[in-house]
Design a protein around this ligand. Structure first.
Ligand SMILES: [Zn+2]
Length: 222
């Protein structure tokens, strides 16, 4: 009898766990296979666009470009400087895509909600390629937002940006802002909503140069 009872308890725990999972998932539906495909396809084009555009910017500035790897997996989104690889969790991308499309009342697919995350992480890979050094996390983060903005600006000039895309990008940045009162020296600091948007817009309007990257030429002039 004992093992059987144990199994029943095990089952009901499992059932409650399943119920909790489906309850929390109700807030936001899980992506359909087609939606996952859509995200992969859009993010795939955004990776290619970033690779091509930044290879060109690096060439122009006589710097060595090394294409970062991009993989689906890991937790959230991050850049691993040791492997020079970007990791994007599909569930996290979907969260941002869903929120972005919800914001435009589903009139847009919300693609920039995910793409801006990729371009931000791509910004971290650019920092690594150029040996950027800052004292605080927040400076790396805001520069990565600026670089994401610069990529957005290049895509805009290439006529790849839809009308709702800017709002979607802003929305993703705002969602990942620091809660008010966060110390700017904190290890996790990414910047307030207005700081993040301002950095993004700086890069978007001013291009890569506005993000103050230490290009080899700039270094040798010092
Ligand atoms: Zn970051």
């Amino acid at each position: 009898m004992l093992p059987k009872t144990k199994m029943t308890i095990g089952r009901s725990v499992l059932l409650i766990a399943t119920m909790l999972i489906s309850l929390s998932a109700q807030a936001q539906p899980a992506p359909t296979t087609a939606q996952v495909q859509m995200i992969k396809q859009k993010v795939g084009s955004a990776i290619k666009f970033a690779d091509d555009s930044w290879a060109q910017v690096f060439r122009y500035n006589s710097a060595q470009f090394q294409m970062p790897g991009v993989f689906y997996g890991g937790d959230g989104a991050y850049y691993d400087p040791n492997e020079h690889k970007i990791f994007l969790k599909m569930g996290f991308l979907w969260e941002n895509v869903y929120r972005a499309s919800e914001m435009t009342r589903f009139q847009d697919d919300g693609d920039l909600g995910a793409i801006i995350i990729l371009w931000h992480e791509y910004g971290h890979s650019i920092q690594r390629m150029l040996g950027v050094k800052f004292a605080h996390t927040i400076d790396y983060e805001l520069q990565a937002d600026c670089l994401a903005g610069a990529t957005f600006g290049m895509a805009e000039r290439a006529k790849l940006i839809d009308p709702g895309d800017e709002d979607e990008a802003h929305n993703s940045l705002l969602y990942a802002r620091d809660s008010s009162g966060t110390d700017h020296r904190a290890k996790t600091a990414h910047g307030s909503g207005s700081q993040r948007i301002a950095s993004f817009d700086l890069g978007r309007k001013g291009g890569a140069n506005a993000c103050r990257l230490p290009w080899p030429q700039t270094l040798s002039r010092r």
